[in-house]
Design a protein around this ligand. Structure first.
Ligand SMILES: Cc1cc2nc3c(=O)[nH]c(=O)nc-3n(C[C@H](O)[C@H](O)[C@H](O)COP(=O)(O)OP(=O)(O)OC[C@H]3O[C@@H](n4cnc5c(N)ncnc54)[C@H](O)[C@@H]3O)c2cc1C
Length: 443
């Protein structure tokens, strides 16, 4: 049987390789790190998480929770890694990023059917007929991006993503912070920095006036709403943050009689609880400015920034004209594109698309037609969305109930979502069983 090449050892690439190898296909996985780093990765580990350590909600009535349930059904390696690396995160699945990536690396490197080659791929040659999964992510190296551009004949779209800073626990003034989750959901999983109105005002003024890195390298300035830099949000108005990521509702500091005007939440970033990331604080401020402005937050006066917030280019293809919902390129069906590069947005979404392309690459080398996943499932709906030819351009998409076909049930939003989620799981289970995939992945 033909070997399959997987380019990129991130979340999507690991999942694709795992699906293939688990089904008896030999895989060569090319990963350019550690020899060549991206602007956001710092290790040589496969599946490194470059920003938040949260894989979002676990609840079925949440779109990300549903996607997780679907991934588990398909034997997701990323979900296994997440279980092994879990740290407290309220109703969210938060992980220790080192444990997480180490788990993925070990499972892939130790699989007898996977050969990991640490090399940058700079060119894709469709004429060789080699079944290939390209999963090089939003920070695809420049040369490969050029090659993809030639291959697709499409112009790339660029936009910015942003990462939040991480601070050292020991540098925080715990007397000014308190443990707790919003409305008590999830217990004491977050550290909270409450602010009075005067403190908030000082912080906000400094934030909107702070100096940023110039963004001249990029072709277009488009911020993705879900990852909007905090200074950009702050510029919209004095109270935008206090009604947004810093909203104080459901968080009452001990000993306070009045509700705080705003609350900054710090999320546990590693198992040892020595690191915390500032929730919603993705930023493009200059590093010196991050020191100055973020130290105005009560409790962070002497904060040590273990990693500053950064902003990066995000590369993705214009999938509606390039991809089928099977992950195959329309012009070169033996080349499949997975992960963020394909126009899905998010850790889980990238990983899930890796599962789908892995299954379809396996079918290709077996001489079988690749599969379109049911539209009722979150993964099928996402794939259908990004490959929808009626769209001229694509805004990267994350899991959302709005992508699923509606259901006719009585009750409110929660009941509808529950019904959509149950239908999705039933549809996926039936589909996997009919295709003989359930047995294989669950053994
Ligand atoms: C700065 C930043 C922050 C983000 N924050 C979040 C977040 O908080 N939450 C979230 O859900 N999503 C976030 N995302 C979006 C997205 O979910 C992640 O980027 C996710 O890791 C994408 O998975 P992937 O497998 O597609 O790509 P990646 O995980 O990036 O994997 C791609 C791999 O390919 C390798 N590679 C690149 N080019 C080549 C080449 N030419 N040859 C060989 N190997 C190559 C890279 O080194 C990398 O290991 C963020 C993205 C960025 C850029």
């Amino acid at each position: 049987m033909q070997r399959v090449h997987v380019v990129g050892g991130g979340l999507a690439g690991c999942e694709a390789a795992w699906q293939l190898a688990s089904r008896g296909v030999d895989v060569v996985l090319y990963e350019m790190r550690p020899e060549r780093q991206t602007p956001a990765h710092t290790t040589g580990l496969l599946g490194e998480l470059v920003c938040s350590n949260s894989l979002k909600s676990e609840e079925l009535s949440n779109a990300s929770g549903l996607l997780k349930a679907e991934m588990r059904l398909m034997g997701s390696l990323v979900m296994q890694a997440a279980e092994a690396a879990r740290v407290p995160g309220g109703s969210a699945l938060a992980v220790d990023r080192t444990v997480f990536a180490s788990f993925l690396t070990a499972r892939i490197e130790q699989h007898p059917r996977v050969e990991v080659v640490r090399q940058e791929i700079t060119e894709l040659d469709p004429s060789d007929g080699q079944v290939t999964v390209v999963a090089t992510g939003p920070l695809t190296s420049a040369q490969l991006a050029q090659s993809l551009k030639r291959l697709t004949g499409e112009e790339y779209l660029y936009f910015y993503d942003a990462a939040a800073p991480i601070v050292a626990a020991e540098s925080l003034d715990m007397a000014k912070l308190f443990w707790g989750s919003r409305w008590g959901k999830g217990g004491d999983d977050y550290l909270n920095a409450p602010m009075t109105e005067a403190q908030y005002e000082t912080f906000w003024r400094a934030l909107v006036a702070a100096e940023r890195y110039p963004l001249k390298d990029f072709e277009r300035e488009v911020f993705f709403e879900a990852c909007m830099p905090i200074e950009e949000l702050a510029k919209r108005g004095r109270d935008t943050l206090a009604f947004g990521p810093l909203k104080p509702v459901g968080l009452m500091p001990p000993g306070w009689t009045d509700r705080p005007y705003a609350v900054v939440q710090l999320r546990i970033d590693n198992r040892e609880r020595t690191l915390f990331n500032l929730v919603g604080f993705q930023t493009n401020l200059r590093w010196g400015e991050q020191d100055r402005v973020f130290r105005l937050i009560p409790g962070l006066e002497n904060a040590e920034f273990v990693r500053y917030g950064v902003m990066h280019r995000n590369v993705y293809i214009n999938s509606p004209s390039v991809l089928r919902d099977t992950g195959q390129m329309r012009s070169y069906p033996h080349i499949l594109i997975a992960g963020q590069l394909s126009g899905v947005e998010g850790y889980l979404e990238s990983a899930a698309s890796g599962i789908l392309t892995g299954i379809n690459a396996w079918r290709l080398v077996n001489g079988q037609e690749p599969l379109s996943f049911p539209r009722e499932t979150m993964l099928g709906a996402l794939m259908s969305y990004i490959s929808d030819q009626s769209k001229e351009t694509l805004q990267p998409m994350h899991a959302a109930f709005g992508l699923l076909p509606p259901v006719a049930v009585r009750g409110g939003r929660r009941q509808r979502r529950q019904a959509q989620a149950e239908r999705a799981i039933a549809a996926l289970r039936g589909f996997l069983r009919d295709q003989g995939l359930l047995q294989q992945t669950c053994d």
